[in-house]
Design a protein around this ligand. Structure first.
Ligand code: AMP
Length: 653
């Protein structure tokens, strides 16, 4: 691996070429750029150009979006048809999903007029955020897939800058698709990666030395996640000597694959030994694609894999099974940071590489130092992807004020200033953020989102040329997350409120609760700590009925949102929810602990989620009984009701 001076070399040459570069970028008809992933030098040069000219690129992006969409129904209300940046900043409100959901639902229900975008919305991207219990849906256009391809392509030169020889072998990337639905009007709604992997941009990608995967596309595109996982691991094992990198999008998905391997390695070895695919793989495309790789019995290979897997400890198993692997590519920032130590255990010290920061709304930024430690990861937002703005988050108080606007959707007066004005006064452009400051990300996309609050809090760690770099701090309002689920304090409260009805009918009271995401086993699961008492004023702990408490666990799960339930039921990426009942006085002990750590007595509120291990110990040492959900919660693809359209249309007007 060469830790390169490439960037500095490039910087020098960029300086010399600065004028030409600028002309080159701005001669492009649009900010829809192309990048040849095999041309490292050109790719790095393009990145240097984009980051050096971040401000100009952002201005150009906003101009393009406004010219394209000023006459859409939504923007016209604020701009009166003028593609003016000034009017945009003055009149266009900063919004949450709830503010625009009626427009999205009209699109879902087949209104083809230029509601939010002059370009046709070809599909809706379902995000892991929810609104009213349903996944949020983000608009997407055909052009957006080109933008995503650009984004994926530009990751390649960055990686090649740091790791040599990636063209000498294959990548074992475990990629999966998720269920999708058709809206009443025939638009497809699906998660962003499913959209990309099913698109011709992925399927017909031009072959190059850097995109050779061990997984045949047929196995990635198999809708049965178990068959998909089995076949991808089998192909990865058969081609083990060629594998130079392994990974998945999120750390949770990669660890799930390791767990699957732990459960299935004997069967996988048997298949490799005999050259015969197990009979429960019934998907014809998978069978066909795998048969081309598992083309003959390979007993020596099976012996070798078996020897590694049969060992008592799986520490360093990745290196053992795929000995040429140079790194593990998985996102380990944000809520995925909880998996770092487990990944380190299995990977045997291989670098953990978080390459990108993206969402259903838009792909945001890339990590220019992919081999850095997970705690040092910063993402540089690519200024050509969207128009970025940032709400300054100075202190807790500011967040609270922002939440207030978010929750009740009304404009309130703060020191005589209209709340909306107040938020706008706290907004800064991409190039004006300050190192060490915290911000909430706001995007204006090419696909019809204008000044949309993504909900992520970021901290500026520095600049690459003129483009700021951000550490992902947290998702606003999310307390629990195991996989792609994002459970807020409100979601949790709602679910606990439902479940406590069961015990209340039996004369028990839930006096306090908190939670945490237990990821010590795979898959991880939600743990709730409950302090209970009898209705009569007694400290004596009530007798707990196993069936009743298991019902409580299940009721909580049933009441959580559809992404949680999909992860539980379809993806099996979350394990059964657990309730740990703690003895009387435990939450007082938790308060004492928090106060000892500096919380203020006056402002103390029971944390609804705990992240510190010490706090967990305070609770765990007082657990008197543990219960698990025995049933898997229901899940079915959400429906968009056509008849909702009319009432929504009235509301939207
Ligand atoms: P979704 O819209 O469901 O695709 O989720 C997107 C969200 O996932 C983002 O807004 C972030 O909160 C989170 N996310 C995506 N990429 C990263 C990353 N690299 N690090 C931390 N969180 C991320």
């Amino acid at each position: 691996m060469k830790f390169i001076k490439y960037f500095s070399l490039m910087k020098l040459s960029t300086k010399n070429r600065k004028k030409n570069t600028f002309i080159h970028l701005f001669l492009a008809p649009t900010m829809l750029l192309k990048c040849d992933p095999t041309d490292t030098e050109a790719g790095i040069r393009l990145l240097e150009d984009l980051t050096t000219n971040a401000n100009q690129v952002q201005q150009q992006v906003l101009k393009e979006i406004l010219i394209q969409n000023a006459n859409t129904e939504y923007l016209n209300t604020f701009l009166d048809g003028h593609a003016s940046e000034k009017l945009f900043k003055k009149n266009v409100p900063v919004v949450n999903y709830e503010d625009i959901v009626t427009y999205i639902e009209r699109i879902a229900n087949g209104d083809r007029s230029d509601i939010i975008s002059a370009q046709p919305i070809i599909e809706l991207i379902t995000s892991s955020g929810t609104s009213g219990g349903q996944p949020k849906m983000m608009p997407s256009t055909a052009q957006e897939l080109d933008r995503k391809s650009f984004f994926y392509n530009i990751l390649v030169p960055v990686m090649n800058t740091y790791v040599e020889g990636l063209d000498q072998g294959k990548a074992m990337f475990l990629l999966f698709i998720k269920p999708e639905i058709n809206t009443p009007a025939g638009l497809v709604a699906r998660p962003v990666l499913t959209s990309y992997h099913k698109s011709s941009h992925f399927r017909d990608r031009p072959f190059n030395k850097f995109n050779v995967y061990t997984s045949p596309d047929e196995t990635i595109l198999c809708s049965d996640s178990r068959q998909s996982m089995y076949c991808q691991l089998l192909c990865g094992l058969v081609q083990r000597s060629e594998v130079l990198r392994v990974g998945a999008i999120f750390a949770s998905a990669f660890l799930r694959a390791i767990k699957f391997l732990e459960d299935h390695w004997r069967q996988l070895c048997l298949n490799i030994r005999t050259g015969q695919l197990t009979d429960w793989i019934t998907d014809p495309s998978c069978k066909n694609a795998v048969s081309l790789i598992l083309s003959k019995p390979m007993p020596d290979l099976a012996d070798l894999i078996e020897r590694e897997c049969i060992g008592i400890s799986w520490e360093g198993i990745i290196r053992k099974l795929w000995p040429r692997t140079k790194y593990v590519e998985v996102i380990v920032t944000g809520s995925m940071a909880q998996y770092i130590s487990t990944l380190e255990f299995y990977s045997g010290g291989l670098p953990l590489v978080s390459t990108m920061y993206a969402s259903s709304e838009c792909y945001f930024g890339i990590n220019l130092k992919p081999l850095c430690k997970p705690c040092d990861v910063s993402y540089t937002l690519l200024p050509n992807m969207a128009y970025f703005e940032f709400i300054t988050v100075i202190e807790d108080h500011d967040e609270k004020m922002q939440e207030k606007v978010h929750c009740n959707g009304k404009s309130e007066q703060k020191n005589g200033i209209n709340e909306e004005e107040w938020i706008k006064s706290k907004i800064v452009d991409l190039v004006n953020v300050k190192v060490g400051h915290y911000y909430e990300l706001v995007v204006t996309t090419y696909t019809g989102l204008y000044r949309y609050r993504v909900g992520d809090i970021l901290m500026v760690t520095g600049f690459h040329n003129n483009a700021p770099q951000f550490r992902f701090v947290q998702r606003r309002n999310v307390v629990l997350s195991i996989d792609t689920d994002k459970t807020s304090e409100e979601d949790l409260l709602k679910a606990v409120t439902e479940a406590k009805l069961i015990i209340e009918s039996l004369g028990l009271l839930l006096t306090e609760y908190t939670s945490y995401a237990d990821t010590t086993s795979i898959p991880g699961h939600y743990v709730l700590f409950w302090e209970l008492k009898k209705r009569e004023n007694t400290e004596q702990l009530p007798e707990l009925d196993l069936i009743v408490m298991e019902q409580c666990c299940y009721r909580v799960e049933e009441s959580l949102d559809s992404v949680y339930r999909r992860c539980r039921r379809k993806d099996k990426s979350i394990g059964p929810l657990e309730i740990r009942v703690v003895k009387h006085g435990t939450f007082d002990a938790l308060m004492d602990f928090c106060l000892s750590q500096g919380s203020s007595v006056n402002q103390y509120k029971t944390p609804r989620c705990i992240s510190s291990q010490e706090a967990a110990r305070v609770l765990d040492s007082r657990v008197v009984a543990r219960f698990f959900s025995k049933k898997v919660p229901s899940w079915e693809p959400f429906r968009i009701e056509a008849n909702k359209l009319m009432s929504d249309m009235h509301r939207a007007v």
